[in-house]
Design a binder for this molecule. Structure first.
Ligand SMILES: C[S@@+](CC[C@H](N)C(=O)[O-])C[C@H]1O[C@@H](n2cnc3c(N)ncnc32)[C@H](O)[C@@H]1O
Length: 278
């Protein structure tokens, strides 16, 4: 078999596997970035000692626990508290003063992973005097990771890094005010959890999420192809009130999308955009 034919066959096998996932479990990875998806599938295939994608497809259809392992591989839950501290400085500077103009505001964290991003924003809002005036929504399509987000329990060995991030992000208190230590873990304080509603939401298959004043979707779009990024950016546009803010991850942007002209750029490097009032 020539090299081109091999590449085509590999692509077909991946396509069939993603189709099987969609048809059997309803999770749609068909428009995720292809190189990344293929790498993650190969990674799981090797770990499980499976000879090829066809064997993987068989196992996937007949064994839900295998699918759950694969789902974790495909969803990449890497996150941290005050990730990119310079980003949170800009949030304090531009997004928070806008939220303060409302008696009550709504903020959505889409693809919230294990919750660190949500609690970081909760801390910022509290320090800026907005603790009771914001309802935060935190969503992810991965139920396991969402349960971790609700628990808000993180390994103690990460606290030093989280504390440094918090300080660089302009934190005005002591990071230890926000958690209690519990053996090898820390647990985020109850008052931070009370501000948040956690729920399952799939950016590929679910619809608009209500009228938000700000949407954070950081480091999620990088896993999608252009077509899907465009769809999701439209979803965010529809879910934002006029003047509302959209915050993406450092490697993401809206330039190529068909909603680009409907947003103004607030902070280029931090990827903070604002929905124009048309
Ligand atoms: C790399 S993490 C980013 C976490 C956090 N926003 C941050 O920047 O630190 C990507 C998250 O997106 C979620 N995700 C991937 N595809 C999704 C989809 N279709 N709908 C909702 N969440 C999705 C994953 O489960 C994962 O928790």
């Amino acid at each position: 078999m020539c090299e081109i034919e091999q590449v085509e066959n590999d692509r077909l096998e991946v396509k069939l596997l993603l189709e099987a996932i969609y048809l059997k479990y309803g999770y749609d990875f068909r428009k995720y970035a292809s190189a990344h998806t293929k790498r993650r599938l190969e990674h799981r295939r090797t770990l499980e000692g499976l000879p090829n994608m066809a064997a993987m497809q068989h196992l996937l259809i007949h064994d839900e626990s295998f699918f759950n392992r694969l789902l974790l591989d495909l969803s990449i839950n890497v996150t941290e508290m005050f990730r990119d501290p310079w980003f949170y400085k800009k949030v304090r500077e531009f997004v928070v003063p806008y939220l303060q103009t409302y008696p009550f505001a709504k903020v959505w964290h889409a693809g919230c992973s294990a919750g660190q991003e949500v609690y970081s924003m909760g801390i910022v809002l509290r320090e800026e005097g907005m603790k009771e005036r914001v309802q935060m929504y935190a969503t992810d399509f991965n139920e396991l990771i969402l349960a971790k987000a609700k628990d808000g329990i993180y390994p103690m060995n990460l606290v030093r890094e989280y504390t440094a991030n918090y300080q660089q992000a302009g934190g005005s208190s002591s990071f230890s005010d926000y958690y209690t230590a519990d053996y090898d873990n820390v647990v985020m304080k109850r008052f931070l959890k009370e501000q948040v509603l956690f729920s399952s939401h799939n950016l590929v298959t679910d619809g608009v999420f209500g009228e938000m004043n700000a949407i954070f979707c950081r480091n999620v779009l990088i896993y999608f192809n252009r077509d899907l990024q465009n769809r999701v950016l439209n979803l965010f546009y529809e879910s934002l009130c006029p003047g509302g803010f959209l915050c993406l991850g450092s490697k993401e942007n809206i330039k190529f999308s068909d909603v680009a002209h409907k947003f103004e750029v607030v902070a280029e490097r931090e990827k903070i955009y604002r929905k124009k009032r048309m």
